[in-house]
Design a protein around this ligand. Structure first.
Ligand code: GDP
Length: 386
């Protein structure tokens, strides 16, 4: 499906930059336009792939290109004030050519956390295309303020978008990595999963000999509302023509049964393995199973079995399925999109920590005000200047 990607804040911009690189690599062209919005000049300069003209600096009058710190209320304010600047970049998008908007932002910071929901409200008011969010949750060790920002932004963003796809940094970090190299690797994981899903909806039926190519309307119908998460599993196969020929020679015909079994087990692995946002799979309202790989390794039976398994697992009648043929690939894979998930312990934990942080911050503020008043107070023996 064709997307207008808008990266908000530092994390959002970097991830959209990666999406562009990925899109060029896979060549199926799901990115129609990529825009970055930020209140910090240096973050915009650091991007590599997003065209200069599509980089929008907001909040210049208030923060002079230095960013909003981790103040997401300020992030929301400057976005509202400068929404015309953002609209200026959006005006250049050939809107009739896109299937949806996708706003990408780290939820724990300031600019993206505050600005992304404001932009979602704005876009929904103007356009008929769905507006999706891709929200990145902070790792638990980033501290209370990031958690509080994320919890408040999450609440607002979910309400304002048609669907919020979530990626939790906490689940994906590795011990012993520097923050920078960690993010580089994590951003690859993000782009690969969500990129595969969106690229899948962009393949033309006529392009390949495929039995049931997934279509952008199936992605849109699955992303109907609420919160979504993605699982992905893959396996190397021998797809060289030599390898295939020898498979045909050895067994006389390509082993259809083995391909079906492999697909079914990949679908299970994808759904029960590490999700971008861990949740109870049974709580999903809707789902989409996409099998990927060389066309000769994809078969209708494999998708159908995987789809049926997910239907049993979720108890949902709205599980869709399809293929994303990738000729010349040496991997087969399965992407499982779970949408409308409601049993998400991580979100409950995030909210709990956020409430505690908010209470503690308010108490500390009240105490600081009191202490300052008593420091300045002379019991009426001195008069203030004015
Ligand atoms: P903003 O520029 O004010 O919107 O804030 P940032 O985007 O810098 O940071 C917000 C949050 O995003 C942080 O708390 C991190 O959890 C996360 N983050 C920052 N950079 C990256 C990145 O490159 N990749 C990922 N996955 N997360 C990031």
């Amino acid at each position: 499906m064709k997307l207008a990607l808008i990266g908000f804040g530092q994390a959002g911009g970097k991830i959209v930059d990666e999406f562009l690189a990925y899109d060029e690599r896979v060549g199926d062209g799901f990115v129609q336009t990529a825009i970055a919005v930020n209140s910090a000049t240096t973050d915009l300069h650091g991007l590599e792939h997003i065209p200069q003209d599509n980089r929008v600096l907001i909040g210049q009058a208030r923060v002079k290109g230095h960013g909003v710190g981790a103040d997401n209320e300020l992030g929301a304010e400057v976005t509202e004030e400068d929404i015309d600047e953002v609209q200026g970049a959006i005006d250049k998008i050939p809107i009739h050519e896109i299937d949806a908007f996708l706003i990408v932002a780290g939820m724990g910071g300031g600019t993206g956390s505050g600005g992304a929901p404001v932009l979602a409200t704005h876009l929904k008011r103007i356009y008929t295309q769905p507006v999706y969010g891709l929200g990145i949750l902070p790792a638990t060790d980033e501290g209370g303020i990031y958690t509080l920002n994320a919890a408040r932004s999450f609440q607002t963003f979910v309400r304002e978008v048609d669907n919020l796809l979530v990626f939790d940094n906490d689940v994906w970090r590795s011990a012993g990595e520097t923050v920078a190299s960690g993010y580089d690797r994590i951003n690859q994981e993000i782009v690969e999963r969500f990129g595969l899903l969106f690229a899948a909806g962009e393949v033309n039926q006529g392009d390949h000999v495929a039995e049931s190519v997934v279509d952008s309307s199936e992605i849109i119908n699955t992303l109907d509302d609420g919160v979504s998460t993605i699982g992905y599993a893959r396996e190397t196969v021998d797809s060289s023509s030599d390898g295939l020929l020898s498979t045909f020679r050895d067994t006389d015909e390509f082993d259809e049964g083995a391909a079906t079994n492999r697909m079914t087990s990949l679908v299970r692995k994808a759904a029960l393995g590490r999700l971008t946002l861990p949740c109870d799979v049974a709580s999903a309202d809707r789902g989409l199973v996409v099998t990927t790989g060389p066309p000769e390794h994809l078969n209708r039976k494999g998708v159908e079995r995987g789809r049926q398994w997910l239907e049993d697992e979720t108890g949902s009648m709205e599980i869709r399925g399809g293929d994303y043929p990738i000729p010349d690939s040496n991997e087969v894979g399965a992407i499982v999109l779970l949408s409308g998930v409601t049993d998400v312990p991580r979100v409950n934990q995030l909210q709990q920590v956020a409430i505690e942080t908010q209470d503690r911050t308010n108490a500390l503020q009240a105490k600081a005000d009191e202490d300052l008043a008593s420091l300045v107070d002379t019991g009426g023996e001195l008069d203030a200047l004015f």
